[in-house]
Design a protein around this ligand. Structure first.
Ligand SMILES: Nc1nc2c(c(=O)[nH]1)N[C@H]1C(S)=C(S)[C@@H](COP(=O)(O)O)O[C@H]1N2
Ligand SMILES: [Mo]
Length: 173
């Protein structure tokens, strides 16, 4: 069995057992009542706005949080980023795919793997050092990798995936 398929199978089994119960069946998600900060579309099972998921900040903050404390090329010293793990977000929307397309406010677009090839677990950050991020400071949403965890993360590949002012995710089937 190919490694990719094996990993996908392991993920599926773990998912079923542990933490992805929300995504285990197609289900409508609660509708956003505040300003929509992120739209997710493409190969997803769970939706709340037509064929897409529209998320406001409250919905993002209601999901399990994760913090990454790291240096980055864009910040000074160790900085604490708080947000939702991309993998959790993908489970929550019932994503079926290996790649997603991430799109920013300025139309910058980048593809990133849903399951990272080096086991790096990025977050969609909504806070930097405990505060929400303004558009001027690369917010409100910024994809952050644990850059200090492995030297491979300190590379153009991961820097280019660290999209700020993220507004849209399209899951490629
Ligand atoms: N929104 C947005 N995010 C982005 C980019 C961009 O142009 N817009 N450039 C990406 C690329 S290609 C890299 S290498 C780094 C570049 O960071 P720098 O412009 O500070 O060098 O951010 C990434 N995130
Ligand atoms: Mo880049």
């Amino acid at each position: 069995m190919a490694t990719g398929r094996l990993l996908a199978l392991i993920q599926k089994v773990l998912c079923g057992l542990l933490f992805c119960t929300v995504a285990s069946s197609a289900a409508p998600l609660p509708q956003a009542s505040g300003d929509v900060v992120l739209t997710i579309s493409g190969a997803i099972e769970n939706t709340n706005a037509g064929e897409t998921v529209a998320l406001d900040m409250a919905a993002l903050e209601a999901l399990p949080h994760e913090t990454i404390t790291t240096t980055t090329p864009w910040t000074n010293g160790k900085t604490e980023f708080e947000g939702v793990k991309l993998s959790d977000l993908m489970s929550w929307v019932g994503a079926h795919g290996v790649t997603l397309s991430a799109i920013a406010l300025n139309d910058y677009q980048v593809s990133l793997p849903i399951m990272d090839e080096n086991g790096l677990d990025p977050i969609v950050a909504y806070k930097v050092d405990g505060k929400h991020i303004s558009v001027r400071e690369k917010g409100p949403l910024w994809v952050i990798y644990p850059f200090d965890q492995q030297s491979v993360a300190q590379s153009e590949t991961y820097y280019s995936r660290s999209i700020w002012q993220l507004v849209k995710i399209v899951v490629e089937p």
